[in-house]
Design a protein around this ligand. Structure first.
Ligand code: PRP
Length: 207
């Protein structure tokens, strides 16, 4: 087993300041151009479980529709929805905000719309990451115009330093530094989505 040692990052999250520990990367991931693991599979799962408990409490007695934003939210949706011990429905939208590079373009367009009429529904948008906030602020406005009972956001990651459009996010897994991250649904040129952990991309990959 290959291991990476001797580093530590501190950054804040809703559950306090999070201290990255020495992490063993699976051999396959070590070879996949990630320079640092920010969150292991276990840490992601544990945080999603905590978020699920909050959501269960907040939506008790109300029907819940999870709306995943393709493609990045696939892993979060799969694990968060299964962590929720209650009935729910799932739908998907695909919107585009990034090019194939490492920063937001600011352009948002619908590539796939919902199959569900959300009039009167309680909608919880499920995202992998909020970066500039452009995508989510646009999406929330769009969905609210359809007459839902409520629209809230759950995101695994948020970059407070990159935000350009303030978005009211109800559930945040981790606040992270303004670095390019991949894995667990997050891509660089469509690669790395299948990593079980989340890590920063080594600069040599995109420079
Ligand atoms: C990512 C992510 C969000 C958006 C956030 O999606 O899933 O939807 O970018 O960025 P923003 O806060 O700067 O708007 P992306 O457009 O990369 O598509 P993908 O999910 O298919 O990778």
């Amino acid at each position: 087993m290959w291991s990476r040692a001797g580093w530590g990052i501190r950054f804040s999250s809703p559950i306090g300041v999070w201290q990255a520990e020495h992490v063993d990367l699976p051999h396959v991931e070590a070879q996949l151009d990630t320079s640092q693991t920010l969150f292991t599979e276990t840490q992601i799962r544990d945080r999603l479980e905590e978020m699920a408990r909050e959501i269960e409490t907040d939506y008790e007695g109300r029907e819940l529709l999870l709306v995943g934003v393709l493609k990045g939210a696939v892993m979060v949706m799969a694990d968060l929805s299964r962590a929720l011990n209650r009935h729910l429905e799932i739908d998907w939208m695909a919107v585009s905000s990034y090019g194939s590079g490492t920063s937001s373009s600011g352009v948002v367009r619908i590539l796939k719309d919902l199959d569900t009429d959300i009039m009167g529904r309680h909608v919880l948008i499920v995202e992998d990451i909020i970066d500039t906030g452009l995508t989510l602020s646009w999406l929330v406005t769009n969905l609210r115009s359809r007459g839902p009972a409520s629209v809230e956001i759950a995101t695994l990651l948020r970059k407070p330093d990159a935000i350009q459009n303030e978005v009211d996010v109800r559930y945040v897994g981790f606040d992270i530094p303004n670095a390019f991250v991949v894995g667990y649904g997050l891509d660089y040129s469509e690669k790395y989505r299948n990593l079980r952990c989340i890590g920063t991309l080594a600069p040599h990959v995109y420079s």
